[in-house]
Design a protein around this ligand. Structure first.
Ligand code: ADP
Ligand code: F6P
Length: 319
C-alpha cells in the first residue's frame, strides 16, 4: 500500500489529533504517503482531501478537537454517497483509510471496506461505548473535565447547603456518568442502563441528611435527562435548595490527558501497521491494557454493558 487516507468522524474527542499524528507519521516512516480527508465522510464525498506531511501534524498532540474537522454525514449512509467516496479514493490513489470515530463511523468504514477500500477503525468517542474495546480515545479527558466541573459545583453546593443535580454527556451510555459520579462522591448516579426511582433518591437524601450530610450531588447521564424537573421535585420533597446544571460540550474539549495522548498514539500506529500488512476491515482496540484488533463485523456485533460492580460500589460508598 502506497497511499492511505485518514479521517475523523462523529463527535470530536480529545486525543483525536494525537491519533491522526500517529497515523501520519507511522505511514510516512513506513514509506507511504498520507491524505487527510476533511470533515469525516463528507470530505470523502466532496473530494475535500489534502496532502499531509510529518510537519502538518506538528503542535497537535496537545490539542483537543480535531485538525481534520469532523461531521455526521447522512449522505454516507446511502449507497450513492458511498460510491462517491469510493470514486474519490480511486481518483486520489487512496488504497486504505484509517477512520477515527465511534461505532457509527465504523459502520461507514465497514461499507467502504465492502466496496473494496480496506479500512481500519480507531475508537474515538468520549462515551467509551464501543463494545470491542475497554477504552476509547477522549474518555479519560472527558471524565477528568466532568470531575473538575462537578468539583467546582460542589464548592458552591457546600457553601449554600444545596443539592446539585448535574447532567453529564452520554445519550445512550452511562460510562462517563458512572466514573465521574464515583470520582465526585455523588449521592446518586442515574444512567440510562439502570432503572431508578426518584422517590428512592429523595429518601436517600433524607437519610444521609439525618446522619449529617449537608450538601448533595446527583450525577445524571444525558440519556436520562430531565435535570431541571428533577431539581424541582427534590427541592419540593426535601426543602433543600436544589439547582440543576448541564455540563454540555465543555466535556468534549480541552487538552487531552496523558492517557488519551498515549493510547491514541498506540492505536494510530497499530492501525497503519494493519494496513501496511494488507489487513483491512479491522478495528483496533485496547483489551486488558494491550492493543488488539478485530474484524469490523465482529466488533459491531459485540455488546457492552455497564460495569454493575462499579455501580454497586458507588451506591455503597455514597451513604
Ligand atoms: P459516531 O461515529 O461517534 O458513533 P455517528 O453515529 O454520528 O457517530 O456516525 C458518524 C458517521 O458515520 C455518520 O454521520 C455517517 O456518515 C457514518 N455512519 C453511521 N452509521 C452508518 C451506517 N449504518 N452506514 C454507513 N455510514 C454510517
Ligand atoms: O458521542 C459523543 C457525544 O458527546 C454524546 O455524549 C452526546 O450525546 C452527543 O455526542 C452530542 O452530540 P452533538 O455534538 O450533536 O451535541
Amino acid at each position: 500500500m502506497k497511499t492511505i487516507g485518514v479521517l475523523t468522524s462523529g463527535g470530536d474527542a480529545p486525543g483525536m489529533n494525537a491519533a491522526v499524528r500517529a497515523v501520519v507519521r507511522t505511514a510516512i516512516a513506513n514509506g507511504m504517503t498520507v491524505k487527510g480527508i476533511m470533515r469525516g465522510y463528507n470530505g470523502l464525498i466532496d473530494g475535500d482531501i489534502v496532502d499531509l506531511t510529518a510537519r502538518s501534524v506538528s503542535d497537535t498532540i496537545n490539542r483537543g478537537g480535531t485538525m481534520l474537522y469532523t461531521a455526521r454525514s447522512p449522505r454516507f449512509k446511502e449507497e450513492e454517497g458511498i460510491m462517491e467516496g469510493v470514486e474519490a479514493c480511486k481518483r486520489e490513489g487512496i488504497e486504505g483509510v484509517v477512520v477515527i470515530g465511534g461505532d457509527g463511523s465504523f459502520r461507514g468504514a465497514r461499507d467502504l471496506s465492502l466496496h473494496g477500500i480496506p479500512c481500519v477503525g480507531v475508537p474515538g468517542t468520549i462515551d467509551n461505548d464501543i463494545a470491542c474495546t475497554d477504552y476509547t480515545i477522549g474518555f479519560d479527558t472527558a471524565m477528568n473535565t466532568a470531575m473538575d466541573m462537578v468539583d467546582k459545583i460542589r464548592d458552591t453546593a457546600q457553601s449554600h447547603d444545596r443539592c446539585s443535580v448535574v447532567e453529564v454527556m452520554g445519550r445512550h451510555a452511562g460510562h462517563l456518568a458512572l466514573q465521574c459520579g464515583i470520582a465526585v462522591g455523588a449521592t446518586a448516579i442515574l444512567v440510562p442502563e439502570v432503572e431508578f426511582s426518584l422517590d428512592e433518591i429523595i429518601e436517600k437524601i433524607r437519610i444521609t441528611q439525618k446522619t449529617g450530610k449537608q450538601h448533595f450531588i446527583i450525577v445524571v447521564a444525558e440519556g436520562v435527562g430531565g435535570v431541571e424537573e428533577m431539581a424541582k421535585l427534590i427541592e419540593g420533597a426535601t426543602g433543600i435548595e436544589t439547582r440543576a446544571t448541564t455540563l454540555g460540550h465543555v466535556q468534549r474539549g480541552g487538552n487531552p490527558t496523558v492517557r488519551d495522548r498515549v493510547r491514541a498514539t498506540q492505536l494510530g500506529y497499530a492501525a497503519v501497521k494493519l494496513l501496511q500488512n494488507g489487513k483491512g476491515n479491522r478495528v483496533v482496540a485496547i483489551k486488558n491494557n494491550t492493543v488488539v484488533d478485530y474484524d469490523i463485523y465482529e466488533a459491531l456485533n459485540m455488546e457492552k454493558s455497564l460495569d454493575m460492580s462499579m455501580y454497586e460500589i458507588a451506591n455503597v460508598t455514597s451513604i
